[in-house]
Design a protein. Structure first.
Length: 327
């Protein structure tokens, strides 16, 4: 592999300028000096402005150059696709764990692209993608975790949430008028209300982990400038116009509010059992490479093995094999 591993975790520090860099865990390295820090597994006070949304513009990366780094990232992605297939087979055969991948990010951050390119090599029977849009009337009659709960992956499966229950402390926090449709007993949406939601999410994830679900949460960190470029490309390409929504432009007005909501969410809901990964997303090839490496390495780190047959089972298998060979 091109990436070096650290203490069972992975990453690619493209030397992001972070004030709390000593507390942010390394995930992987392409070289001895080009590493990525973006795994957050403790309650910190991170600021997203301290995380580079692209590859770092530093002396080490200038030597690698973008083209070389892209080649390395794409090679790593292909290697991880192959390893992920094996990891998925182990997961299914073992039957004791489920994997929940949560993808969050601004509009056009590349969530669909990550799903398409990272998961394209896995067996579709062992993977399910669920995209969460505006909640239905029935969903609004339940608690805010209900619709994601019924979509959770079963043991042996990989479940991918394209957006998730985190929208309840993101878009709902930015547009608090949405709470009026949730039929809540209290209309006092003060600081304590949001603190309770963060705590409920952490308790929910702790429960899932204790019962065998591996949770990987990715924030695809895109810049406002790059989002604008992608919107313009969508509006200029007839084959991509269908992806565009008028709401995308309206939500750009709330960019700073969303950044603050994401910072609060990451700071309040990061935990060792369910860490957040801040992924630089201005370069799609880089984001795909990182997400693939993290998912694959984390699943393999569970140390699963294919089931071992007992003596009675082995004898039965040998008998069936002889019968088939004698036909």
């Amino acid at each position: 592999m091109l990436i070096k591993r650290f203490h069972g975790t992975v990453g690619l520090n493209l030397n992001m300028q972070m004030k709390s860099s000593d507390q942010i865990e390394e995930m992987a390295c392409y070289t001895d000096t080009t590493c990525y820090k973006g795994k957050i597994s403790n309650n910190l006070r991170i600021k997203l402005k301290d995380f580079d949304t692209s590859w770092a513009q530093n002396e080490q990366n200038a030597l690698l150059r973008k083209r070389k780094l892209k080649e390395m990232a794409n090679k790593l992605l292909e290697e991880n696709r192959q390893e992920l297939l094996r990891a998925q087979e182990l997961l299914y055969a073992n039957g004791k764990y489920a994997v929940l991948v949560i993808l969050q990010g601004m509009d056009a951050a590349g969530k669909d692209s990550v799903i398409e390119h990272v998961m394209c090599g896995v067996n579709p029977q062992g993977c399910k993608v669920t995209s969460f849009k505006q909640p239905s009337t029935i969903e609004l009659k339940h608690d805010f975790l209900w619709r994601q709960t019924v979509a959770l992956p079963e043991k042996g499966m990989i479940g991918i949430f394209n957006r998730s229950y985190y929208e309840e402390v993101l878009i709902v926090k930015v547009h608090r008028d949405l709470l009026q449709y949730q039929n809540l007993p209290s209309r006092n949406y003060d600081r304590a209300f949001w603190e309770n939601r963060y705590e409920e999410i952490k308790d929910f994830e702790r429960h899932l982990v204790r019962n065998g679900t591996l949770i990987l949460k990715f924030f695809l960190h895109i810049s406002k400038t790059e989002q604008k470029k992608r919107f313009i490309r969508r509006l200029s390409d007839p084959d991509k116009m269908w992806k565009f929504s008028e709401a995308d432009i309206k939500e750009r007005v709330y960019w700073d509010d969303y950044i603050k909501a994401y910072e609060d969410t990451i700071n309040k809901t990061s935990a060792k059992w369910a860490p957040w990964y801040v992924i630089p997303a201005d370069q799609k090839w880089l984001a795909r490479s990182l997400v693939a490496e993290i998912i694959t390495t984390t699943i393999l780190s569970l140390g699963m093995k294919f089931p071992v047959m007992n003596e009675q089972k082995l004898k039965a298998i040998e008998l069936f094999k002889r019968k088939l060979e004698s036909e």
